[in-house]
Design a protein around this ligand. Sequence first.
Ligand code: FES
Length: 153
Amino acid sequence: MSSEGGKNSSPPSYLIGKREDIVHAKKVTKFINGRDVLVLYHDGVFHAVDMRCYHSGGPLQNGDIEEFNGQLCIVCPWHKYKITLLEGECLYQAVDPAAKVPNPTWISKGKKQRIHTVKEINGDVFVTLNDSPTFVESDYYQTEKFRATLRKP
Ligand code: FES
């Protein structure tokens, strides 16, 4: 795997592929430095997120992209959780059971999915992993402990 990062102190950026190829494919998955990352292209913008959903490890590469409450989200194909592509927040609609007329309100559960940085240089697309030490729930599905569960018969 190529790296655009150099010998300076900034985190390395990993080559994902040619812009035109990713635009055409719309979604690409890559194993980058120990992480499964989903890179997607939507409405002229690239996004990169951990590939497995924080909830139960669902394959976000099979999820639809939709807008909820003005926020672009990927919808997990397994249980339909809505994860914002900008911050990795999970959104849900809450209803006050005491209200006479239900008035659903969008609420965030907080940042659950790790979001990475994408940049384009001369027609190539690179991802820089978000290496924040703060645990994000999607981190679990990037561990060897989880991968071992995938290998069980
Ligand atoms: Fe994604 Fe459950 S695994 S919503």
